[in-house]
Design a binder for this molecule. Structure first.
Ligand SMILES: Nc1nc2c(ncn2[C@@H]2O[C@H](COP(=O)(O)OP(=O)(O)OP(=O)(O)O)[C@@H](O)[C@H]2O)c(=O)[nH]1
Ligand SMILES: [Mg+2]
Length: 416
């Protein structure tokens, strides 16, 4: 059984079945096309069928399978991609009848994730998802137990098709991942102790989250251009979580987290494997839901994102919808939410205002007198808080300063 789509430009047939929601189906077929192209497959045809019930043995009924076989033979198709997750036996049965390799949507997405994984953590997560996908399939697929499994992943490791070894490998990788996540959690706790609010960028893949992160990094008064994140017109350009600090002109600051994008019918194993990455979202104080408004299906994409957010349990976190890519329109009927262009840096002030309203509503402006002997406190506040006024008095420096809850509690004794 091959898990990698090694061959480029392989003549490929996309097939899908739908029961009720034809519109959702059309869109997911369009997406499948994009996913296939991302895997460098040569899409030579598409077939579709309204089905009453999924056939447990062959997914489609006999008639459709026959039709697929005829198309495969007539067009020298080498790969059939089905727009759903197939059971191992369905894959085998269809493959036997149509006479070429059959894969499902899940394998396609897994392959893209495997291509994109760059950090150790993302690699571990992808490999775990791949192995869990393989595990129930090793008995049935190909029947050839000695066949080697080409695995795209860390070091391009090869595995024998051996259940016990795969299970062992999964548990080893899961332990490794656990240690890594624990370390990250400790770091995060340290950050949270400083009471810097956390903002998470979430949204559909390719909506512009990473571009917005770079634009906000540029907006920050503390810039570090080396720290820009990777952006590209690719599905799943980002697979790992990156956190950066954004400092505003008034010294207010927050941590901004960029993470993996969503897609409809995201494979279950992937959500599970990426749980630790997605969990970071659950610790946010505010979620910026980035929407590509130039995509004709943006409302559908929003629904998918909201559904995944619900699945990872973040209903209680406030969400601000950020409609991106407005530069692609001459005029736009603007409704609720914030409308920006992350790329052209339009309306970023508006976005920051909205974010500030939500994050810093508890901030208090106070007057305090800092004794001359406590110069370090004055220096600290000048660096980390927004000092709007200062006056030198006999007993010390009187400052008017805006304080976060954390600083308010810390310096309560100095407040007048
Ligand atoms: N025209 C236009 N293009 C944009 C804008 N923002 C982002 N893009 C483009 O959209 C594509 C995807 O941008 P990314 O920032 O990588 O998207 P992402 O949401 O991080 O995607 P994933 O990491 O795959 O989830 C890139 O080609 C960007 O240049 C925008 O405001 N206007
Ligand atoms: Mg990204």
């Amino acid at each position: 059984m091959e898990i990698n789509i090694e061959k480029k430009y392989e003549p490929t047939l996309l097939v899908g079945g739908y029961m009720i929601d034809e519109e959702e189906f059309n869109y997911s077929m369009e997406e499948l096309d994009n996913l296939a192209k991302t895997c460098e497959l040569d899409v030579a045809g598409k077939m579709r069928q309204k089905i009453k019930k999924i056939n447990s043995a062959t997914y489609f009924g006999t008639g459709k399978i026959q039709e697929i076989k005829e198309f495969v033979e007539a067009n020298d198709i080498e790969m059939v991609v089905l727009n759903d997750e197939l059971t191992p036996s369905q894959t085998r049965n269809i493959q036997e009848t149509v006479g070429c390799r059959v894969i499902d949507r899940t394998l396609l997405i897994l392959d893209i994730f495997a291509r994109r994984a760059k950090t150790k953590e993302a690699m571990l997560q992808v490999e775990i998802a791949q192995l869990k996908y393989i595990l129930p399939r090793i008995n049935i697929m190909s029947g050839n137990f000695n066949e080697r499994l080409g695995m795209r992943g860390p070091g391009e490791t090869k595995y024998e098709l051996d259940r016990r070894r795969i299970e062992k490998r999964i548990s080893l990788l899961e332990n490794e991942l656990k240690t890594m996540v624990l370390n990250r959690k400790t770091q995060r706790k340290r950050r949270m102790k400083n009471e810097v609010p956390i903002v998470s960028l979430v949204g559909y893949t390719n909506s512009g989250k990473s571009t917005l992160m770079n634009t906000l990094l540029d907006y920050s008064i503390k810039k570090d251009t080396n720290k820009a994140v990777f952006t590209k017109d690719l599905l799943f350009a980002t697979l790992e979580t990156t956190t950066r600090q954004i400092v505003l002109e008034n010294k207010r600051k927050f941590l901004l987290t960029d993470t993996v994008g969503f897609i409809s019918r995201l494979p279950h194993h992937l959500i599970k494997a990426f749980r630790s990455t997605l969990e970071e979202i659950t610790e946010a104080d505010l979620i910026l839901h980035v929407v590509d408004i130039s995509n004709p299906h943006y409302d559908r994409q929003m629904k998918v994102t909201k559904k995944v957010l619900k699945e990872i349990g973040v209903q209680q976190i406030p969400i601000l919808d950020v409609y991106n890519k407005i530069d692609l329109f001459d005029s736009l009927n603007i409704g609720d939410g914030v409308f920006i262009s992350a790329k052209e840096k339009n309306n970023i002030d508006d976005l920051i205002n909205e974010v500030s309203k939500k994050l810093f509503k508890h901030y208090k402006t106070v007057k305090m007198t800092i004794p001359y002997a406590s110069g370090h406190i004055y220096n600290y506040l000048k660096e980390y808080a927004y000092v709007t006024k200062e006056q030198y008095l006999d007993e010390g420096i009187e400052v008017t300063v805006e304080l976060s809850d954390y600083l308010y509690t810390k310096y309560k004794h100095l407040i007048q």
